[in-house]
Design a protein around this ligand. Sequence first.
Ligand SMILES: C[S@@+](CC[C@H](N)C(=O)[O-])C[C@H]1O[C@@H](n2cnc3c(N)ncnc32)[C@H](O)[C@@H]1O
Length: 268
Amino acid sequence: MGGILRTSFGRRHRVSGVGDEGDEGDDRSEWEELAGWWAERFSEGADAEYEEQILPLLASELAGSGRVVDIGCGEGQVARLAARGGARSIGIDASWSLVSIARGRGGGPAFGRALATALPFRESSFDAAVVCLVLEHLDDLEAVASEIARVLEPGGRLCCVLNHPLTQTPGSGQIDDHTVDPPERYWRVGPYLVEQAGVEQVERGVFIRFVHRPLSRYVNALADAGLTIERMIEPRPPETGEDHGLLADPHLAAVPRLLYLRLGRAVE
Ligand SMILES: C[S@@+](CC[C@H](N)C(=O)[O-])C[C@H]1O[C@@H](n2cnc3c(N)ncnc32)[C@H](O)[C@@H]1O
C-alpha cells in the first residue's frame, strides 16, 4: 500500500481546483481563521524549518539592513528578527488577527494591516524587503512584484522564501510503496508546468489556498519588475522535528522543500 506523507508545512491534498477566488481585494482574509493555528505551530520555536533554516538564513541575509519591510509578516517573527539585528522594521499582513498577535508579541517592529498588492509606503522607503512563504498564496504576482520594487530603494534587496515550486507541486509528497519488493520510498512530483490554484488540507481540519506556478513564472515576474536574482539557496530538509528519522533516508534528505532567492533592485 502506498501513501503520501507530509511535505513542507504539511501539504497533503487538494480539495478544489483552478479558478477559486482569492482573498486579494477582500477585506477579510482566509488567514483570519488560520491565525491562531499559524502562530502556535510555526513560530516561537515550534517549527524546525523556521528554527534551523529560515530564521538563521534571513538573519544573515538581513544583517546590516537599515529599513526592512516584512510583507505578509504573519505573527511577526521575521520582522522581530530584523529588529533584533538593528533594523527599523515594519511588518504588514492581510489578516487583522495576525497583525494583532504580532503587535501583542512586540519585539520592536511596527505592524499594520495592508495588502501586498497595495503597500502603504512611499517609493524607495526600504533597503530590504522580505516575503517569506507568502507569494505562493497570492494570485496577482505581477502586482506584488511591482509593489515590492517600488518600495525598495535602488540597490535594495528582496529576500524571498518559497515552498520549493519544483518539489511542492500539487500532488507532491513522500510515497512509501509497499506493493513492490523491496518496498520503495520516493518523492512524487505533481504536474510542475501547470499553473493552478487550489485549497489543500495541510492537517486535519486546516485548509489553505495555494497557487502553484513554475519557478520561471516567479523569476520572470520579479525580473519584469526590476528585481533580479543574486543568490539562490535550496536548503536540505531539517534533521529534527516531525520528520526526524524519515530524513535518515538519503534520498529524501536530498529533496529540498524550501527555496530561497535573494533579488536586487537595479540601480538606475
Ligand atoms: C504562510 S504565512 C507566512 C507568515 C510569515 N511571513 C512567516 O514567515 O512567519 C502567509 C502569510 O501571508 C499573508 N497574506 C496572504 N495574502 C496576503 C496579501 N494579499 N497581502 C498581505 N499578506 C497576505 C497571510 O495573512 C499570512 O500571514
